[in-house]
Design a protein around this ligand. Structure first.
Ligand code: SAM
Length: 374
């Protein structure tokens, strides 16, 4: 069993198990927008990210960075300050005592004495060995609580309204234990469903996926994004909320009116968002105007391709848009998983690409394509 000790400026994030590879790539894309040197380690199941600041950082600045990441990503659940971590390379330890033998020497001794606390344990992935027991989460929380009190006898447990929350994650790859810092805004984004906007259309994409796609474009606030098939404005709303400047193009007059309604009624509307009534295959912008394209092209019965075959429409669009993109830009879009388009677009954009499959319902799995230009 390998043990690792981290200093208090290190953190861990729990990622969603829904689509772990996409979650990791979203996380890495968001990290690449920060001007901070960070080293990350990803657990073998892609569920936990260990996060280490390379440069010396004050605790407050470190917290600001960590919170900005968790607020932006859609596929991370929460982040914690890492108090201890045990990795299992081969076999699991047989008892709690073995798991927590490192307690004696870690920062658990130095917790704020007068703050009340609670401990929650989460079991992730396939339960194995010791973790197969159903009751393990309660037992382990109680065990950790008693250990905390052993070293910090003034700390009182308060399960209802604790001053500090501690979280233990049990997985077959290890145990992570930390002080909870911030919950992701995923549920808040989910609540802003497109049905609640002033203008709704069945082709609207859900805000979580829309925001994930904007994050995959790895844009910094102030950079420019283009959505050539903007529909009711989902990508523009999410980018606007992140301080990204954007242009949406739409060929259907009713949709562009609706997108305008949705944007101006969004309370985080940023005035650097523009709508153009036009055709994605015939645009007129200066070369190198944009740092990314994020879009949800028309397919299925809800959104019209204006009579064109979808593959033809996409080829025509990306030939038109290629020169508008800066070197190194990303192009992110979603299509049904059986549409064979990626190699043709990669050739047009002279780009490499990644594919992530996203289950929508029984009869629709989408693939999210991320092209990275040279
Ligand atoms: C799937 S919808 C976009 C949905 C959008 N992401 C949202 O959340 O509302 C695709 C949109 O592309 C528009 N469209 C189709 N052909 C177009 C073209 N040549 N130029 C611009 N927009 C076009 C359709 O009118 C439709 O509104």
């Amino acid at each position: 069993m390998a043990k690792r000790y981290h200093s208090s400026s290190n953190f861990f994030f729990l990622l969603s198990g829904e689509n772990p590879e996409l979650a990791v790539f979203e996380f890495e894309s968001v990290l690449s927008t920060l001007d901070v040197q960070i080293d990350i380690e990803i657990s073998p199941d892609n569920r936990i990210i260990d996060f280490h600041f390379i440069d010396p950082f004050s605790k407050d600045s470190a917290l600001d960075v960590v919170i900005s990441i968790i607020k932006r990503t859609t596929m991370a659940h929460f982040c914690c300050e890492n108090l201890f971590q045990v990795s299992f390379s081969a076999t699991l330890p047989a008892s709690f005592e073995k798991l927590t033998s490192i307690f004696q020497s870690t920062s658990i001794r130095d917790l704020t004495p007068d703050l009340s606390f609670s401990v929650i344990t989460k079991r992730i992935g396939e339960p194995v060995g010791l973790f197969k027991k159903q009751e393990i989460t309660q037992d382990f929380s109680a065990f950790l609580g008693s250990k905390i009190q052993e070293f910090n006898f003034r700390k009182v447990v308060d399960l209802e309204n604790p001053d500090e929350k501690f979280i233990a994650i049990l997985s077959k790859h290890g145990v992570w234990f930390g002080k909870f810092i911030f919950q992701s805004l995923r549920n808040e984004v989910r609540l802003r469903t497109s049905h609640k906007r002033p203008f709704f259309h069945p082709s609207s994409m859900n805000p979580i996926l829309q925001r994930t796609m904007v994050n995959l474009a790895a844009l910094k606030p102030g950079e420019w994004l283009l959505d050539p098939f903007c529909g009711t404005g989902g990508a523009l709303i999410e980018s606007s909320r992140l301080g990204i400047q954007s242009v949406g193009v739409e060929i259907d007059r009713r949709m562009i009116w609706g997108a305008g309604q949705n944007l101006v009624r969004d309370h985080d509307f940023n005035e650097k968002t523009h709508l153009i009534f036009g055709d994605a295959t015939k645009l007129c912008f200066k070369t190198n105007s944009f740092s990314a394209i994020v879009t949800d092209p028309p397919y299925g019965t809800a959104a019209s391709t204006q009579g064109l075959d979808l593959i033809e429409l996409l080829k025509k669009t990306f030939k038109e848009l290629y020169s508008l993109l800066k070197p190194g830009s990303r192009v992110v879009f979603a299509v049904p998983s059986d549409l064979d388009i990626e190699d043709r677009v990669a050739e047009i954009l002279k780009a490499t690409y990644k594919i992530f499959f996203h289950y929508v319902h029984r009869s629709l799995t989408r693939k999210i394509l991320v092209f990275i230009l040279q």
